[in-house]
Design a protein around this ligand. Sequence first.
Ligand code: IPD
Ligand code: CA
Ligand code: CA
Length: 285
Amino acid sequence: MQHPMLNIAVKAARRAGGIISRASLDVDVIKVSKKQHNDFVTEVDKAAEQAIIDTLLQAYPDHAVLAEESGEAHGNSDSEYQWIIDPLDGTTNFIHGLPYYCTSIALAHKGVVQQAVVYDPTRNELFTASRGRGAYLDGKRIRVSRRDRLADGLIGTGFPFRDLQGVENYLKMFGTMTEHCAGIRRPGAAALDLANVAAGRMDGFFEQGLNPWDMAAGSLLITEAGGLVGNYTGDSNFLFEGEILAGNPKIYAQMVKLLEGYSCAGRPAAKSKTGASATEDNAQS
Ligand code: IPD
Ligand code: CA
Ligand code: CA
């Protein structure tokens, strides 16, 4: 039987997915605002977030919430239970009608992620995990890949695009990784990228400048699928440090060797997006 808190998270993610899918039928009419350079938010992100928070707090009014668009404004911030929410991960893809985005919801207890949901409304794929109980895709157990040589591995990443100061460092890493793996992909939604590592569709993933809502659910999916997750030095205390490296255990170890020298862990993400005010309406047009 699924954990009751996971059940509620699934209900919330499916509600958000419904809002996102309906809106995706006509992306041209969606109102887009810019939070900072290359960082967009739409009315859909906000509506999906509200639906998620309403669903979660109706069931657990005493829990805390950390959500991308509204920060810690909802719930009881003193609670040991905190929902970590990205209502629409991959907003830039969504705005362009590129079908690669998801909703990500995690529940942490005393800072440790216990429940995770990543829902991809474009493929109607639901990834779930409860700590100690394995990771699932549409109810079927998933595991990280068994590929053991990085040279054969397909590796996901995210390019810097908000804070371009990191580009030089990134390009060096990109060069090193390109020389040592079979292929690199930049799909554009970190939470879904991590879910795809959990499902064995990619062998590893690395990105800097992320926020906890990009990583929380995906990281539990990966560990429950038998993978490893941490920062570039292999430190497992990464969730609020802005940097993630994940993979099956063999590939993870090889990636740490290549990337540890590039770690920026502890430097905050380009700028926490929570609470940032929109500056330019319909900024993409
Ligand atoms: C972004 C996506 C993207 C990653 C960015 C994230 P958003 O999330 O996950 O793949 O490269 O760093 O901020 O803004 O679409 O929720
Ligand atoms: Ca995100
Ligand atoms: Ca988002």
